[in-house]
Design a protein around this ligand. Sequence first.
Ligand code: GLU
Length: 494
Amino acid sequence: MAENPDRPVRVRFAPSPTGFLHIGGARTALFNWMFAKKHNGVFILRIEDTDQKRYVEGAEQDIMDSLRWLGLEWQEGPDVGGPYGPYRQSERAGLYREWAEWLIDHGYAYRCNCTPERLNKVREAQRQQESQIGYDHHCRDLGLGPEIGEHVVRFRMPETGETVVQDIIRGPIAYQNANLQDLVLLKSDGLPTYHLANVVDDHFMAISHIMRADEWIATAPLHSQIYEAFDWEMPAIAHMPVILSPSGKGKLSKRDRAFDDGGTQVLVQVREFEDAGYLPEAVVNFLANVGWAFGDDREFFSMEEAIPRFDLAQINPAAGKLPYEKLEWLNGVYIREALSAEDLAARLKPVLINAGLTVDDARLLKVIPLIRERIKTLNDVVETAGFIFSDRITIDDPELLIQKKMDTECTVNALRSARARLETVDDFSHGVLESTFRALADDLGLKAGQLFGAMRVAVTGKAVSPPLFETMEIVGKEICLKRLQQAADILESR
Ligand code: GLU
């Protein structure tokens, strides 16, 4: 490993605010965060916002909100500050210019005032001759000074030899220098390109390890050359494997929003996962399984358990599909097994309120054991138990009230009898309710399933619901009476 054991671990997640945080970016952030935790290091958030043209309003805030929602807190960053700030590249422009000048003064870079028209012509000619596309070094030895007006600054790449970068995950990555471009370091607007800003910041922020997306691999030798020119120690580097959509056809990180992947809707932005009712614990657990494995065949684990085992060298470099069905499963496991009833209730409450329902905390807590096994996402609570939190329900299909071998008249009669019997019940506990209505079914000459089925639809509005009598106990006598009445009336007036 190209690691210097004396270097304190400092890692960074360095997103560009060109879009909302997507799930691939979140996985990169997660691995950085886990690595920092494991080594008692520092996790830094740096906003790489030097590309003004691609800047998306609101993206920076979304990135921070999404990371916090996932529980990936940073110790240094644009909002919390830190000893190596500022942490937004747009606020560090002077530094990049200073170091571009240094490179020019020491012969590692040069000014270039080739016009876009000239560069296009060069490219066109290269295409026709089928030679390598790239800058033709026109200004490389002209020794142009600042008086030339509008210009860029280019790095003077060595033309011979080989650059080898040790990737922690992939091993050595070797490039012939003759194939490397004379990169633009500073653009004509005076702002740096990714290459210069990234290297300068990683150096001055004392970054020990770079973990970044696979798409940057080709820039590793270029960056290595810049480090060498400055005579700075390059951080150890690891490129995260590509994440593919579930069908394996798309590269997920390139997509900004949810999309249709062979007939299924695939979520991409972290925000979309939150909106869909996934738990942040389940999402990070899910992401930790993409490219890394906990071991012992375990896919469900907490971050506390995973962090001590986390090892960059074990990451699988092969592109991996995002198995959404695993997320569904994990989310269900967290809901069923990992959260306390109070915690789950606290997370379900805003979902119910957003659906326009009125939530009583004590009642919600009683509902938890009835629905835990039945919901996979937080949002499922509205469908599964929304009826408990609303005075009125609508029975979508009154036909559902009529059970097998029953007709309208017989059902109306059963519902009215149930209502009358309910009025006589003082001890409104599910045990008493059950025996009361079993006896009623007998009296009416119905099977218990027939009576209970009709009552279930009357009380919950649905043919499938949590256990009937436990549910009735929570819904309360007044409302159950009203709903039995309402259901009978609806059927009768059809
Ligand atoms: N700004 C780059 C990005 O958004 C950062 C890459 C890196 O981590 O060096 O992908």
